[in-house]
Write a protein that binds this ligand. Structure first.
Ligand code: IP8
Length: 243
């Protein structure tokens, strides 16, 4: 049993204050993750760490920079957040180890992501829990762009042949046009009106990009908020099931 879980940056950080951790949410999430059986990969987003620095330097998934100072600034912030997340997981009894995508991934000129996944596979074989994060990555012809945690979740889930995928976000699931949480999404067209359109590379563009990417996976993916994390850890259907 292999589970890939994304912890949204807005869940574990305070969005409005640069580099502020939401300590109680992080500890709660770590305690839940400690109960997930089998092989577990954790990915976390940028929250008020990565997004703050990315915005300061004008860098996104499509707009790159050749300023090494900007790269160090974004990557450094994400490493600081990753250390806090790994420590919280360790305190909860999880065999968590850090993985930094800047050194393990790149984009080709068309934006396609290439992530080395053999280290993570070897970590899982040795019963470690790799903890990755949204980051900056070098892109051919564009300097360095942003890779979101959602993109990493999709790459890792496919590469690790995940059985279940979880996206713990700020909302309890994907809303329909009336503001109700949908139980299940099986095709993008079913929800295009509710989540809005997005192009294929728009992975940080909110729910539309998430839904599109998660639909491409073989494994069922669930979008839920922190109140649903315990149930997800127990293997229950929670929030919105995608796929
Ligand atoms: O919060 C973004 O990751 P996300 C990471 O998963 C950075 O979109 C560096 C802004």
């Amino acid at each position: 049993m292999t589970t890939v879980l994304k912890l949204g940056g807005s869940v574990i950080t305070e969005k409005d204050r640069p580099e502020a951790i939401d300590r109680s949410a992080l500890e709660r999430a770590a305690a839940s993750i400690a109960t997930i059986p089998g092989r577990v990969v954790v990915v976390h987003g940028g929250g008020s760490f990565g997004h703050h620095h990315a915005a300061t330097h004008g860098v996104s998934t499509t707009d790159g920079t050749r300023d090494a100072d900007a790269v160090r600034g974004i990557h450094g912030a994400m490493k600081r957040l990753n250390e806090v997340v790994v420590d919280a997981l360790a305190d909860a009894g999880v065999e968590a180890v850090p993985v930094h995508p800047f050194s393990a991934a790149s984009r080709s000129a068309d934006g396609a992501l290439r992530l080395e996944t053999h280290p993570e596979a070897a970590m899982l074989d040795e019963a470690f829990v790799p903890v990755l994060h949204g980051d900056t990555v070098v892109q051919t012809g564009a300097g360095a762009t942003i890779v979101s945690g959602d993109e990493l979740v999709v790459e890792l889930s496919a590469a690790m042949d995940a059985d279940r995928v979880g996206v713990c976000s700020a909302v309890p699931g994907v809303y329909d046009v009336d503001g109700n949480v949908l139980d299940r999404i099986e095709a993008f067209d079913d929800v295009a009106d509710a989540v809005g359109e997005s192009n294929a590379t728009d992975v940080t563009g909110g729910m539309a990009g998430k839904v599109r990417e998660l639909l491409s996976l073989d494994a069922p993916a669930y979008v839920f908020d922190i109140d649903g994390l315990d149930a997800f850890a127990r293997g229950e259907d929670v929030g919105t099931r995608i796929g």
